[in-house]
Design a protein. Structure first.
Lengths: 364, 646
């Protein structure tokens, strides 16, 4: 008994002495066409309970237990199977799929396709989709669309009937009647309640590409992504990240923070943290510490960059994202990260407290 | 004599002048009204007096209001039967010992579906025209609350404790899952098209949904409806089993262990010319058996060669899962089926065998164990909890038939207290739902116009059977004053359509006798328009859409020629000028009436437009169907919102 205790203490000491290089993930796995994805280019990813949906350049893949179980393409009803945005209805469990050929609803294995020709959808290129109760919102290249799934009614918001500077919607999120949209060149649009007019957040520097006065507002009008949680609005642009808590703006760029890159493709909030998909890797920020996972520049392998209070450390990792061109990211219910890249889907397996990896893998 | 000659001569001259000038004035007037020179109409009365339409039907003696019972539900103790009297806006309570109606309560909005919770404490009734499910105390019939639904709730089900309500939202193509009083967030799950009936498994985990219409598809393809399966606990659609060439399912039951589902359907072959009716090839009654463990589906004919039992509707399954009873609304019959025989036969067969069986009209002898006659238009069926008594609502007789389930003998009939007089209108309604007038009783008017609406299919009505006249089945709701009829506008009256055209071209049998034809026409003319309910959320968009509908100038302020305005041809209040025009779809077609148009997709004469939007986005690129190319997408959405409100 005493011997066992000694071994335990020694192991604990060793662990304390050498913390893991990556505090979040034990290891990374990859999925590509060899594993059943219809294309290596994964443009969107969404975790939904035990399932993960991967939207690729050539169809939508359903993953269960880490494996591709089913693929939906043109034959199944996705007329143009370039899947660029995904959202699940919390009410019905239906998956809403934004494609380059319309907005699709996947329900019980059936795909219903809504296009600019057969429905009130503003445009067939659906960059963003969000579900709020019975309403489905789509951010398209010709405006924002709202579809009431009970009445079947469609409502369209564009530069002719709203404050929108131009109609190119890039991302959208909605919650409890409030809607937040990222509009290319038009900053962030906000609708506070159903029926209320949209208002906008714009870059105070206007056309200036220089952020003359940091933290004076949205960092740039070319917004590409949006997230809202716990009263905090996050807006991703091609020139950095902005945070707005309802009173103050704060901006983050590669120069003054730990963000992977300023060219932001996608944002996802999980609790207090925001995950940022960029063209130079994927970052996580919890308002205190930045973590960035990326490929090593000019060398094999990956690295984790940690930035906290002005101190930057870089740790080598055996594996990381397949590519630094990260299009989307989500975390599943186990805390695993799913990272969509131009070279495939990366799966970062989360560390679990008190459970060896082997046992956890068996449990999966 | 000479004095009289001058006025007479003047009169004759005036008459001659009028005779020669009138046609020109008449044509000028027509040209002006339609904006299309050369438009021809039969007479002034064509537009100015609905003479071509039948006179408003006599409703019969004052105060006649039939009960028209639909849904049934038996309490768990087997002592009480609840009947939804759709025609009288009432729910009836029947004591099954005395077989007397012992109570009733008024429920506005055409009560249709009824369910009692397994604990016997909650009664739910769907009101299809009020978009709600009403919850009642089964003992006192006192109201306990109501659950708002999507459009047109029909079938209804309750969880065992009555805490959860499920409703088939027939007009919204969805199924509602809700907790009463807002206890749980209501959710509308996408079903098939026009979900009609529900069955909840005994353990409350599986909800099966029968859908009336086939799912949207391209015109000219085989129709496919679905059996929608819902994980009732998770509130998710779990599976959709395709029912190829089958539609118009109005009932569904689940086995006691939810291992299989049964639903009646019509096997339909609308891609064949209607001349094929002589071979029994157009439609058959079928019983669909879906094995929910394997996902295999088989369709078993309920008809016999040269003997057909039209319009299978309600269904009931004995507690031991051995016998299913299917009521045939168009044949006034109940068919009993040995379910075990079906399952045995199905177990060892390939899918190809199952597909072949669907067309084998000699197969009935393997599983049909009996048939029994009912009164007019049986629609729903329910069994006593012990499975010994079968109750069938006889909709057009205002009664409930009671059968011994073991022998299929009539054990009694419960008159529900409807009017004793049978009006001409009621006789016409019976004719509409009766398949006996058609060749070998293969189908009824209802088989293509369920509830007076439409089946969503195209049919080949051309005599030569070469597909020259493939046209959309039109809704009959609200068409009273919209003569002429048919897409070509060839039939000036409903009597012409339902008489010679119907009998010779479609039915291949004798025409209705004149008195029966008059009654049938009177009934069809009485079918009310199907109006969507008010939608306060869309009021502004509707107003903008109406302005677009009535507009006389384009977005650039250019005048729109009269012939190119929506309201010229779709003239309010009927939204049809009742004249044929060429809108670029391959010839002149009658201007359709727009009332209830949101429910009648697909559109245009041959169903080429899957949605209202496609009428303009796909099929009006040259502005031949009104000027629409200048509209932006928001305007088109507003126009569609307005049309959906009609």
């Amino acid at each position: 008994m005493t011997g066992l205790l000694s071994v335990g203490l020694a192991l604990a000491g060793l662990l304390h002495a050498s913390p893991p290089a990556d505090p979040f993930f034990e290891r990374w796995e990859t999925l590509g066409t060899a594993q059943g994805l219809p294309s290596k280019k994964v443009l969107s990813v969404l975790a939904d309970g035990p399932r993960v949906w991967a939207g690729t350049e050539n169809g939508l893949a359903l993953l269960e237990g880490g494996r591709v179980r089913r693929v939906y393409g043109a034959a199944q009803g996705l007329a143009v199977p370039v899947v660029i945005s995904l959202a699940v209805s919390p009410l019905t469990g239906d998956l809403w799929v934004g494609t380059m050929g319309g907005l699709a609803r996947l329900s019980g294995g059936r795909i219903d396709l809504f296009t600019q020709l057969n429905s009130g959808l503003a445009n067939d290129i659906v960059y963003g989709v969000a579900v709020d109760g019975r309403d489905v919102w789509a951010a398209t290249t010709a405006g924002l669309s709202r579809h009431d799934t009970r009445t079947g009614a469609w409502e369209l918001f564009d530069n002719t009937n709203s404050i929108m500077h131009e109609p190119w919607g890039y991302a959208i999120t909605a919650s409890s009647g409030a809607v937040y949209a990222a509009v290319w060149g038009g900053g962030v649009l906000v609708r506070d309640a159903p029926g209320a007019p949209f208002r906008e957040h714009r870059d105070p520097d206007g056309e200036m590409e220089l952020d003359m006065f940091p933290d004076d507002g949205l960092i740039h009008d070319i917004t590409t992504s949006i997230a809202y949680e716990d009263g905090v609005l996050w807006a991703g642009t091609y020139f950095g990240l902005s945070r707005y808590d309802g009173k103050r703006w704060r901006s983050y760029t590669q120069d003054d923070s730990g963000i992977a890159g300023d060219f932001i493709n996608f944002l996802r909030t999980k609790g207090k943290a925001v995950w940022i998909a960029t063209d130079q890797g994927v970052s996580r920020f919890d308002s205190r510490v930045w973590h960035t996972w990326r490929r090593k520049a000019g060398a094999p392998g990956a690295e984790l960059q940690v930035v906290e209070g002005g101190t930057k450390t870089v740790r080598a990792l055996a594996a990381g994202p397949l590519s630094n061109e990260v299009f989307s990211v989500d975390l599943d219910r186990r805390g695993d990260a799913w990272v969509a890249t131009d070279l495939g889907l990366s799966h970062a397996i989360a560390r679990r407290k008190g459970q060896p990896e082997a046992a956890r893998r068996t449990a999966q | 004599m000479k004095r009289a000659a001058l006025p007479l001569a003047l009169l004759a001259a005036a008459a001659a002048a009028a005779w020669s000038l009138a046609p020109r004035a008449y044509q000028r007037h027509l040209d002006e009204v339609t904006g299309r020179p050369g438009t021809r109409a039969v007479s002034c009365r064509h537009c100015h007096h609905p003479a071509a339409a039948p006179a408003r039907p006599a409703a019969g003696p004052a105060g006649v209001r039939y009960l028209s019972p639909q849904g049934l539900a038996v309490t768990p103790d087997g002592k009480t039967l609840f009947v939804a009297a759709e025609g009288a806006d009432r729910l009836l309570k029947v004591d099954l010992d005395s077989r007397q109606v012992t109570g009733s309560v008024e429920l506005a909005g055409r009560p249709h579906g009824v369910a009692v919770s397994r604990d016997g404490r909650v009664l739910a009734v769907s009101c299809r025209d009020r978009d709600r499910v009403v919850l009642l105390d089964p003992v006192t019939l006192a109201p306990r609350g109501e659950v708002p639904t999507g459009a047109g709730p029909l079938g209804v089900a309750l969880s065992s404790d009555g805490g959860r309500v499920f409703a088939a939202e027939g007009g919204a193509d969805a199924v509602l899952l809700a907790g009463p009083g807002g206890a749980a967030p209501a959710r509308d799950l996408p079903a098939g098209r026009s979900p009609y009936a529900l069955a909840l498994s005994r353990d409350g985990r599986v909800l099966a949904v029968a859908n009336l219409l086939s799912n949207p598809s391209s015109s000219g393809t085989v129709p496919v409806s679905e059996l929608t399966l819902i994980d009732a606990e998770a509130g998710r659609v779990s599976e959709r089993l395709p029912l190829v060439s089958a539609h118009l399912s109005e009932g569904v039951v689940l086995a006691s262990d939810a291992s299989f589902a049964l639903l009646p359907a019509i096997r339909v072959r609308n891609l064949l010319p209607t001349t094929e009716v002589v071979r029994g090839g157009l439609m058959n009654s079928a019983l669909v058996l879906a094995d929910l463990r394997t996902g295999r589906v088989a369709q078993f004919p309920l008809d016999e060669a040269n003997a057909y039992y039209a319009d299978p509707s309600g269904i009931a399954l004995t507690p031991d899962d051995r016998t299913a009873f299917i009521v045939h609304g168009g044949a006034d019959r109940v068919t009993a089926v040995d379910v075990r025989a079906l399952r045995r036969w199905m177990a060892g067969r390939s899918q190809a065998d199952l597909d072949d069986a669907a067309d084998d009209l000699g197969a009935f002898a393997r599983y049909v164990t009996g048939r029994v006659r009912t009164a007019a238009n049986p629609r729903a069926a329910a069994l006593s909890p012990d499975g010994r008594r079968l109750y069938v609502s006889e909709r057009l007789a205002d009664s409930v038939a009671v059968f011994d389930a073991a022998t299929l003998r009539l054990a009694g009939r419960i008159p529900l207290g409807g009017p004793t007089v049978v009006t001409a209108l009621r006789r016409g309604e019976r004719r509409f739902y009766d398949g006996s007038a058609t060749f070998q009783g293969q189908f009824s008017c209802r088989s293509c116009h369920p509830d007076g609406g439409m089946d969503g299919l195209t049919w080949d009505f051309e005599i030569d059977g070469l597909g020259k006249e493939v046209v959309d089945s039109m809704s009959l709701a609200g068409i009273r004053d919209t003569a002429p009829f048919k897409w070509r506008g060839k039939n000036p009256t409903l009597a012409r359509q339902c008489g010679p055209r119907f009998s010779r071209v479609l039915m291949r049998t004798d025409p209705f006798p004149p008195d029966q034809l008059a009654e049938l026409v009177a009934y069809i003319a009485s079918i009310p328009p199907r109006r969507p309910g008010p939608s306060p959320e869309s009021a502004e968009a509707e107003a903008r859409g109406k302005a677009l509908f009535l507009r006389t100038r384009t977005n650039r302020a250019a005048p729109i020629a009269k012939k190119d305005r929506c309201a010229t041809c779709h003239t309010p209040p009927l939204y049809t000028i009742r004249l044929p025009f060429d809108v670029g779809t391959g010839g002149k077609f009658d201007t359709p009436y727009l009332g209830g148009i949101r429910y009648t997709a697909p559109y245009l004469h041959d169903d080429r437009a899957a949605s209202l939007e496609e009428i303009w986005t796909v099929h009006n690129s040259s502005d031949t169907h009104g000027i629409s190319s200048d509209m932006n997408k928001a305007q088109l959405n507003d126009l569609v919102t307005f049309l959906r409100s009609l």
